[in-house]
Design a protein around this ligand. Sequence first.
Ligand code: UN1
Length: 497
Amino acid sequence: MAGTYHNFIDGEWIASQSGREFENRNPADSDDRIGTFPESDRNDVAAAVAAATEAYKEWRLTPAPKRGDILRKAGDILNRQKDDLARAMTREMGKPVFETKGDVQEAIDTAYYSATETRRLFGYNAPSEMPNKMNLSFRMPIGVCGIITAWNFPMAVPSWKIFPALACGNTIVYKPSEDAPHSGNLLAEVLEEAGLPKGVFNVVHGGVECGEAIVDHPDVKVIGFTGSTDVGKAIASKAGAMNKKVSLEMGGKNAQIVMPDADLDLALEGVLWGAFGTTGQRCTATSRLILHEDIHDDFVNKLITKGAALKIGPGLEEGTEMGPVINEKQLDRIAEYVRIGREEDEATCVLGGDRAGEEDAKLGRGNFFLPTIFIGVTRDMRIATEEIFGPVLSVIKVSDLTEAIDILNDTEYGLSSSLYTANVNDAFRAIRDIEAGITYINVPTIGAEAHMPFGGVKGTGNGHREGGWTVFDIFTEWKTVYIDYSGSLQRAQIDNY
Ligand code: UN1
């Protein structure tokens, strides 16, 4: 069943002023047309920003705990609709339903967490250096926030930005990915049902033109972006020139290290989930496996056996462990990286390397790619340094932990990292020396929790952290207040000394 979907502006579902639209299809079955969505232009974005600007006047004055009540209700609705939402999300972006349920759960967690924080958006106070004077500081909302996200976590990732931003009293113009637009509308329906006043949350669909219009609009004060490093950098330079606050979550080339003393079955399970969960399409996915030479051959053999047994299929089908990749373009990109890997003399593709099920009538209609493993990879190969965003794992052999950490750090990115070991000293050394926003010990590189800071160092981010208490730094500005009740002019730095 295909539909005609609209933008959500000022509480109304409306078609694009551009009159153009784009199509959204199921990545597991190109015959399954989800519907058409507006290809929004600058006028649509301007209308959404105007609605958000108007709505901000009241929303910023709504007591934060009242804003929290609406977010809590949104969490309840997400919870009630979890199964249906998960199925709709799987239909448009492919990952198995057990994963999209986790995606919705992450949004539920974020809704409840943000709601709770509205009762303790703590400020600081400090003694004044002058007598009879009081110094306070508060978090203040900033205004209209432009939120632009990727398709791979169509509920969780937008919620990480949108819910805390709303909790703080900001209003939103949200552009979902063109590959997961329906989920964006479902989120709008949830927030509408939760009682969010009109204009506080707006959705505009579209591609580059729409995204640029959001970034360029002078009344959009904050940009929250998750996506590719190239786009993120372009946004940052534009936003920098306009003096806008911008929070970026970009690429990763995450590695898992396995030492000989580790629980090797656990490490195996971990890398299978980290590398092939979500078909490798997470910013946090494991794309490099750094294996100690003493366990290398055995571990790789087991990995091949387990990887070959993964059940590939449509995410809506019971028992599917790995769904399709998002679109044809991405499929080609992955195939191209496999070709590049195969051209390397030292590297060998020991599993997969091709589209899956081309002869199979059902799989042939989708963008399926086999779980793929390269061994003999060295640190400087393109398959070891560039983000592929697909089910491709590069295995690098090392002789000790120092070399392992050195290779792990030898990347322009710094999002997630993992070490499997039973040696407590090695674990603490790794925690200290790994250059990444997130380090997991005996856990794969994926699986961040909503109430902890999420983000990366180096090329992955620009110093902000979503998730946890740190997200409130993105969506608020500090107001410092001095109250002098001495009845006289007290000149700081002067009259005291
Ligand atoms: C992402 O890949 O963009 O830690 C987000 C994880 C998930 C979120 C991933 N909770 O893998």
